[in-house]
Design a protein around this ligand. Structure first.
Ligand code: PLP
Length: 215
């Protein structure tokens, strides 16, 4: 599971996570619940993100420092396997083995030492909160419907036309606004707007969003 969610910004409440943990323990004892949570520290309005580690011992947290330290592209993150996971040793051995043999980008040792000292740090979340509110208000004025993200760095409005992929293309072609169609996230009918741009860029986009909708 992915909470705060990319792209909806939804934070799953404790009750849902507890129910999921119970389901795994009672019905799927071979399963492991994996939380993909690089946006954990990017939450707004005092929201906190309940941990899956409290819901079931069959849990693994996979995270990245890309977002909370603003170092996307460095590919530095971590895996945390529940200390009482019955397959903990095998899981950790498999993860280590995979990193060695698959040959994907691996964080240099110096970076790993540095980043371990930064676990208490994070980027200025207030900037994202300001951009979220700016985007929500501007998109609403331009006639778009959108749920309010509780975290993350995206907003996910509904496409005003049935063919949401064509609508994303229209935004790019006619207004030079790049969005990602919701199909990439299993959510057809929507598109993702990134807040990882200056507030002035978000502000400038509203006229284009309105023109594309009314074209
Ligand atoms: C939910 C989620 N998980 C993982 C990642 C991967 O992060 P990285 O490869 O930058 O560490 C991303 C990046 O967009 C993401 O949105």
């Amino acid at each position: 599971m992915n909470s705060p969610n990319n792209p909806t910004g939804r934070v799953y409440p404790r009750s849902e996570i507890e129910a999921l943990g119970k389901l795994i323990d009672s019905r799927a004892p071979q399963a492991t619940l994996v939380a993909d949570e690089p946006y954990r520290k990017l939450v707004f309005d005092g929201v906190s993100v309940p941990s899956i580690l409290e819901a079931t011992v069959r849990s693994v947290v996979a995270s990245s420092f890309s977002k909370d330290l603003g170092i996307a592209g460095e590919r530095i993150g971590f895996l945390a396997v529940h200390p009482e996971h019955p397959d903990r040793a095998a899981l950790l051995a498999a993860a280590t083995f995979s990193m060695r043999t698959l040959g994907f980008v691996n964080a240099p040792a110096l970076q790993q030492r540095l980043v371990a000292r930064l676990t208490g740090a994070r980027v200025d979340v207030e900037q994202y909160r300001v951009r979220r509110d700016l985007a929500l208000a501007g998109l609403a004025r331009a006639g778009y419907e959108c749920v309010k993200p509780e975290g993350g760095m995206f907003v996910f409005p509904a496409s005003p036309t049935r063919d949401y992929v064509e609508f994303a293309r229209r935004l790019a072609r006619t207004q030079r606004i790049l969005v990602v169609p919701g199909s990439g996230f299993g959510a057809p009918g929507f598109f993702r707007v990134s807040l990882a741009v200056p507030a002035s860029t978000i502000e400038r986009s509203f006229a284009g969003f309105e023109k594309a909708r009314t074209a």
